[in-house]
Each structure stands twice: as structure tokens, then as C-alpha cells.
Design a protein. Sequence first.
Length: 645
Amino acid sequence: MADMVDPPTGTLTSTSFSDLTPPLSDPVLEVLEEGGFVRCTPVQEATIPLLLGHKDVAVDAATGSGKTLAFLIPCVEIVMRSCAVSPPKKHQVLGMIISPTRELSSQIYHVAEPFFKKVPKTNSMLLVGGVDIQSELQKIEEEGVNILVGTPGKLYDIMDRLDILDFRDLEILILDEADRLLEMGFQKQVTSILARIPKQRRTGLFSATQTEAVVELSRAGLRNPVRVEVKTEVKRKGDLGNSDQSAPSRTPLGLHIEYMICESSNKSSQLVAFLSQYLSKKIIIYFMTCACVDYWGVVLPQIKALKGSTIIPLHGKMKQVNREKALASFSSLASGILLCTDVAARGLDIPGVDWIVQYDPPQDPNVFIHRAGRTARIGRQGSAVVFLLPKEEAYVEFLKLRRVPLEERQPYLDANDVVPQIRRAAKEDRDVMEKGAKAFVSFVRAYKEHHCSYIFRWKKLEVGKLAMGYGLLQIPLMKEVKHYSLSTNGFCRIDDLDLTLIKYKDKAREKQKQKALKKKETEAETSHDTKPEKTKKDRDGNDANAPTRKKTGRQRKAIQSKEDYEELEQEYRLLKKLKKGAIDEEEYERAMGFGGEMEEDGGQSDDDNISGKIVKGKKNKKVKKNLKQRGGSWKSHSKSAMTRK
């Protein structure tokens, strides 16, 4: 990799876009001026000249540092210059921007549209999942496309289906949030896309974290790239607490991060107390799973302290249309609460976010920075807080070692207990009760997948307190609780509560439930009245009257071996009884079925029976003979039988 360019620290530099070399075109400067962008951020000042100067770049910059414009401006400039030389053909692709999520791709395209419109005689297109692919294919065939923005899965699918797209003259490729592209399992698609486009191109690799996989990707997709790393400096107390020191940080300069330690049984009450204090602010709350977002999206609006607040859920299992609506609605709000998973952790530039709340720490510690980076973007101020259990406090030191500065925030001593309100909501609506159980189970199972398992030890989870914090009416039955004896202390049971009597508040759902129950009862009664007569079973549990099918040699051998083994077991048990005196010689002979055979051998006197000569002599020889005929041995049979005993 070529020499590293280390831009000056700070939010904005003294360099304006019009001062960059090589100079930007008038149409691009016009769009920047209309958007209120005059001066460059450090990453923009370093990256734009490199890409325009025919260099590949691998950019490592803190989230919220202005990476989107850092690659959009050179992308538009390069395509514009190519079009000035020779107007592109209908299906000639000149530029491509790939990002990991639909939301991020949509945001990039929205920011890029004013720039794309300035490029003459070109068509651009957004390609993400959740949209009918046939309509997209038809649009590409009829109208053509020269600039593509989208997710790797959809772009790979389009490239695989359409032979008419021409990538031979591709000028520039941008991979945004490259580490996330690989973490989400898109390596196969990205590799395939790289194989289909020319090597003689300009490539930009942008990421807030440089992982080993990103380094490998840069080696495969970039030609002698220049690495651009932008760091911010934060002031912190010296070791003796009496002097300030400058230390590098991976977080934006205007971001203040706190952590709050509280028990899981009080976590929901602390969250509500926090939200009550900042109702006039714009807040994003991150949860571990989609089920948790669904549950708290139903519960929080029913808490008295939050009545009237705008609370919007967003997660990856929602339909694409609903996801877009949720994001657009929250973006337009002056104050409100967005409940989401890590689907909204990367790259999204939501205006005016004041607080980031990490109710559940992320499974991947790298995502912690991305979540917090949704606020304090490009020079603005913002705050973030993460809720931790007492047993998770080591996570604070872990983050500090990763250059993430945190300060402790004290829990609210006067926080009202909201658990009774949540439980009341569950008693009044079966939907709340079911969503709570599902969220609880999904959280415990997601907790097991924490990358920092030495800090987040799921076998130490106090599920009793956790279920209490969720406001559950009972702890769900799950193997993790049953087999690993997780602590259920701290859970307050409700006596005389019949969960089967809880109804859905939605009358249509309740009607459907009652209909299903009635149908089930009717089927049970019918099956009881018309219960078929028991058929005779053979020793293997098969229907003796059923038509037999000829068995293979292997099956016959297996059946014979099983029968022989069972017979030997019976013989050995009888022999043990005889030795212990539980049965006499005559009973033993009858059970073994060779009394007559003994007479032919000459019989024996009662004295012989008493002395045990027959037991140790001829009788044992009979058993040994049977074993030998069946291919077994007396020693191995005795040993296995004693082991089982």
C-alpha cells in the first residue's frame, strides 16, 4: 500500500471546495453551494484530489466525517469528464457505488441525485432489495443506465440476469462501509462483481474500521492504493488527574459518550426516566433483535410518562416500503424516538439526532462506534449512552482500550417503577404478552452470540431479573433456562393468573383465536368418538395384520441379531438368579427349555445341584454352546451384561 495521507484533525478545514486541485467543475460547485457545503472536512480534503488524480484510496475515517461527499464528488467528476470526451451508450456503465444496506444505498442515491442530474446524457438507477426485479430489468432494457447505486446482492443479481450491460469502460468503483459488506456475508457477490469489471479503473474503499478482511479486499480490488486515515483528538485527564492530555479517538469530536450501570430488573424503568427527561429531543434507541423492537414499540407508547410521544419502530424484517416510511417520518421530525436494530447503525445521516441510546450493547463491538456516530455528525454536538449490567462493567475498559472515551452516568434514584404498567398492558392484551415472551427469548439467544463472550457471559444471565425488567407475566420455557440452571431469582410471580384467559385487544384476532380453539376441540371430540380399534402389534411394534414386504438380507440379519441378543440376555439373567438362589434347578431347566436334554445326558443327583457342579459345568457349557452357535463369546457377553447392570 502506498504512503498514508494523514489529514489535519478538526471538523472542517480552511480549504473550500473551490480551492481543491484539480479544480471541481462549475455544475458540481453549484450543487455544493445550494446544499450549504463551502469548506471541506479532513477526509474530503484528502480523498477528492487523490481519486481525481488517478489514485486508488482506502479510507479509514470516523463515522460522521463526511465520507459520502468524499466519494460522490470524484465519482460525478470522473463520469462527467468521460462523457465530455465521448457520450456514453445506452447500457454503458461508467460508475458504480456499492453499500451494505438498503437504507444506506437509498440515502447515498438521494444525496447523489442533484449531482447526477448535472451529468449530461446519462441515466442513474438505485438497485436495492424489496423492489420487483422484473420492473427494474424492464426499465434498464428500455431506458438504459450509466451509473449504478445499490446493495451487492441486488447488483450481482442484475449483472447475472442482464447481458446487455457493458462494464468494459467502467471508470470508478466505490465500496462504502467495506467492513460491513464482508461481515454481512457479501464477500462472494463482491468478489464476483470485481471479476466482471475491468482492472484499469479507479477504486475507493471506505470504512470506519479497517479489518483484516478489508485489507485483503483492498489487496484484491485496489492497485497500489493510498491509505487515508482521519483521526480526531480528544482531551482527557492525565494519569494523576491534574493535567490534560491529547489522545486519539475513533469517535467524532463533538460526541460525548456515557454509560449507566443498572440491574436488568430496573433497566426499563431507567430507560423511561431517561426518555422523560429528554422528550423534546430527537433520540435513537438500539435493541438487540427485531422482536425486541416490535415489543418495546408496543409497550413504550402505553407508559404514562411517554404518552403523546412519537415512537417509530424500524428493523430489517419490516417490508421495504414500511422501512422507508419509518426512516422518512423520523427524519422529518424535530423531536421523537426511533426504536431500531443495527439495520440503522451504519452510514445513515439522519438530521438533528440529539441522543443515541444503546439499550442493548451490540454483539459486535465495532458496531458500537457506528451506532453512536448517528449523532454529532460533521461538526455538530451530540450525546450517547449505553446501558450495562453490573456484570458487564468490564466493557467500559474494553472500549477505552479501543480509543472510545466514556464517562459514567448515575442511574435515576427517583425513577418510577414502570414494570406494573407493562404487566397490566400484558394482562389486557394477549398480543403484548406474546410479543414480550418472543422478545425475551430472542434476546437471550442473541446474547449468546456476543463477540466479547468473556464479558457478556450468557450462562451468568439472571433471567429472573431480566424477565422482570421486560414486564413478563411468566418466564418462558426455553432450553437455555432449563438445562443451564440460569438464575430465576428476582422474578415476582402473579398468583391465580390463568394466561389462557388473556384475550387479544384486537377483536378480529380474538375472534380468530376462539374459532381456532373451537375447531381444535371439535376435532379432538371427533377423533375420540371414531378412535380406531387397536391393531395387534408384533414384537417390533409393527402392525401384525399389515401386508408384509420382503426384507433385504441386511434387514433380516439385523432382526436375527436383535433376537439372538435378547435371548442371550434372558439366559444370563436366569443364570444369575440360579447362582443367587432366587430360583432352583428345576425352575431354571424349565425356563431354559432343556430339562429333557439333561436327562439324556444322564441327569444329576440333588447333591450335585447343591455343590454347584452342574451350574459351573454342564449348564454353563450349554449356554456357551448357544453363544458359540450365534457367533458370540461368553466373556464378552458377561462383561457387557455386567457393565449394563
